[in-house]
Ligand binder design. Structure first.
Ligand code: KIV
Length: 259
């Protein structure tokens, strides 16, 4: 049985941490799921780590669907959440419901994630939730706003911190089942986590969130560049380079295949 949004919400009062990662294809999703993660996000960061774009902005809803379907085929246990990409939800609540609905219908994921929490977006999220689609919010550094905010830490001043706290409260009231807090000060993330009844999932937001998420390419040491708050638990760039060089040498020297 797959983990549900309701289960994740119940873990918060139990103090059980949520382990979340991103995925972009079948093979990586299967390995992550078998490794026992709780939540797999088909994040639009795949535009950068899997498709080589400079930002997350170029990826389309159809491209996200293509990757989400592949990830779906690799996952049996983890809760599957898919990002709504830039301009697939900002125009109107109707557009957002249609895009979110396509992701659930066509890719078979259980929930969607949307960046931002200004009043119009909170209204949109409430409407998506009302048609029965679980929504994960995302505040702090929101990469789809890179040209306005940059990749800088958000919420550093008391006013900016208060604004992010109020956004998180508004998302909870709109019916979000969880919220990603990206690149904000640890004490602000702590304050938000204590204030909300829904779980917070941090990335570059310190140790006090109810769970953590990492972009899997960073976690595995596959990214050519990564944010300062990411941690690599392996160096797959080096492992792959060594394996391919060994294969190349064996082919060139007539040692593979044998006989
Ligand atoms: O797209 C993504 O990978 C994300 C994570 C950074 C949370 O939104």
């Amino acid at each position: 049985m797959s983990i549900t949004t309701h289960q994740l919400m119940q873990w918060k009062p139990q103090g059980r941490a949520i382990v979340a990662v991103t995925a972009w294809d079948y093979a990586i999703a299967q390995v992550l799921d078998e490794a026992g993660v709780d939540l797999i996000l088909i994040g639009d960061s795949l535009a950068m780590v899997a498709l080589g774009h400079e930002t997350t902005l170029p990826i389309t809803l159809d491209e996200m669907l293509h990757h989400a379907k592949a990830v779906r085929r690799g996952v049996k246990r983890a809760l599957l959440v898919c990002d709504l990409p830039f301009l697939s939800f900002q125009e109107s609540p109707q557009q957002a419901i249609h895009s979110a609905g396509r992701i659930l219908k066509e890719a078979g994921v259980q929930a969607v994630k949307l960046e931002g929490a200004h009043p119009a977006m909170v209204h949109t999220i409430a409407q998506i939730v009302q048609v029965g689609i679980p929504v994960m919010g995302h505040v702090g550094l929101t990469p789809q706003s890179v040209h306005r905010l940059g990749y800088r830490q958000q919420g550093k001043s008391p006013e900016a911190g208060e604004r992010i706290l109020q956004e998180a409260i508004a998302l909870e009231q709109a019916g979000a089942f969880a919220i990603v807090l990206e690149h904000i000060p640890s004490d602000l993330a702590d304050q938000i986590t204590q204030k909300l009844t829904i779980p917070t999932i941090g990335i570059g937001a310190g140790a006090h969130c109810d769970g953590q998420v990492l972009v899997t390419a960073d976690l595995l040491g596959l990214s050519s560049r990564q944010p300062p708050f990411a941690k690599s638990y392996a160096n797959l760039r080096q492992t792959i380079t060594q394996a391919v060089q060994t294969y190349g040498a064996e082919v060139r020297e007539g040692r593979f295949p044998e006989g």
